[in-house]
Design a protein around this ligand. Structure first.
Ligand code: TRP
Length: 409
């Protein structure tokens, strides 16, 4: 059972006041800075989250991202699993910061959410934080707006059930987002923001955590108390912690949202975070098969040996091979097949060029389906309509949050 909201959240109040980079650890992970060699287990101690147990993994709908522990930790996962098991309302929030074209790493959590929705009827909220990206990136509102529209097409192409899915854009849905964020911001001190996120350049970014906290509470504010799970890469966990903290302090009629925390997908250049802003190219959702092939052939980091003869003799290392890792994360769902590929690679029977071709084929097939659905979409306005909050839902959310607009009542 969820803790009553008056109880201080031990997971939020302790780690959140720690400096975000203790001297003893050589890595930083916050929503705005990821750097150093990440120790994923140590991070859990630092953040106060729990590793997923085998039992928990088995209770989730079967998916390679969980089965193979790319999502490896969580907060309050049992409440979500229980509601999903008995058919009680349960929700997922998985957002997107529209600062550029979406690449493979961005869309995998959305497909995971779709899988959960199909399996147990989860309500899925997809907030787009255009405000955050305007503040965090050196881009005009026009440019962020363009990315927002393109990203929305990708979100729509995933194929969520409109009855059970709500897509929210911060600036376009400010009528509901802003008053709730203001209420939450009342308990968000500059000291907390500094401790959790590090130094922020503007007051805009200092305020933004109240907006993301709003996203995480929206399913409950719209439709009533229910376990909410936020599947995110670990760098976004601070937002969940802050939300849990302020939601409790404001005594809103909600349970603290839970989290499903994931490791970063490696960039093509090798281990680390797949970044749309850093050096090596990434695979974009709009890439055609030729560019996918070209990008992987020329840029993917492999675990092969220096020479063909040596590879044949000593074998390759799938654990660092990026094409293999892509198959492992998502694109080869069959465990036996994946193990066979790994064994052949280790034995030197499979060459890294051949492994690359396997990954190219799977990724291209996946993208072909995604792109077909994307191309079939009509105008954005029309397509988005069934996914927008209704007037009634907006009113309910504001009522539950105790923030009627000044013109009412
Ligand atoms: N801040 C996230 C990013 O930079 C995007 C985001 C906004 C989000 N709201 C969210 C992610 C809610 C998960 C849940 O990518």
């Amino acid at each position: 059972m969820p803790e009553p909201s008056e109880t201080p959240d031990s997971t939020a109040s302790e780690p959140s006041t720690e400096p975000n980079r203790p001297d003893s650890d050589a890595f930083t992970v916050t929503p705005y800075a990821v750097d150093g060699e990440i120790d994923y287990e140590k991070l859990l101690e630092r953040f106060g989250a729990d590793p997923l147990t085998d039992e928990q993994i088995n209770r989730f709908p079967d998916h390679p991202l969980l089965r193979r522990r790319t999502f490896y930790a969580g907060r309050d996962v049992d409440d979500y699993l229980e509601a999903a098991a008995v058919g009680d309302p349960h929700a997922i929030v998985t957002g997107r910061g529209p600062s550029g074209a979406m690449h493979l790493g961005h869309v995998l959590p959305l497909y995971l959410a779709k899988r959960f929705q199909r399996a147990t009827g989860a309500t899925v909220y997809v907030p787009l934080s255009d405000d955050e990206k305007f503040l965090a990136k050196d881009q005009s509102f026009d440019s962020i707006g363009e990315h927002t529209r393109e990203n929305l097409r990708d979100v729509l192409a995933v194929g969520f059930d409109p009855e059970r899915t709500r897509i929210v854009v911060d600036t376009a849905d400010a009528d509901v987002v802003y008053p709730i964020a203001v209420r939450l911001a009342k308990h968000l001190t500059p000291a907390t923001v500094e401790a959790v996120y590090g130094d922020q350049d503007t007051v805009g970014l200092q305020f933004y955590p109240a907006v993301q906290a709003t996203h995480l509470l929206l399913p409950q504010l719209v439709a009533g108390r229910q376990p909410t799970l936020v599947p995110i890469a670990v760098d976004q966990d601070p937002h969940v912690r802050v939300c849990r903290d302020v939601a409790a302090k404001e005594a809103l009629p909600v349970d603290k949202p839970g989290a499903l925390l994931g490791r970063f997908l490696p960039g093509l250049e090798g281990p680390g975070k797949m970044s749309s802003s850093g050096g090596a190219p990434s695979i974009e959702l709009t890439d055609d098969p030729e560019s996918v092939a070209e990008t992987i052939r020329t840029h993917a980091y492999t675990g092969s040996r220096a020479t063909l003869a040596e590879h044949r003799e000593k074998g390759g290392d799938p654990t660092v091979d990026v094409p293999f890792q892509y198959l492992r994360f998502f694109f080869e769902p069959d465990d036996e097949e994946l193990e066979r590929i790994a064994a052949d690679y280790r034995a030197g029977d499979l060459l890294s060029g051949e492994l690359k071709e396997l990954a190219i084929e799977r990724i291209s097939d996946f993208l072909a389906d995604h792109q077909r659905r994307r191309a079939e979409l009509g105008s954005l306005e029309t397509e988005l309509e069934p996914y927008r909050l209704t007037d009634r839902e907006r009113r309910r959310a504001l009522e539950r949050a105790g923030v009627p607009t000044g013109l009412e009542g």
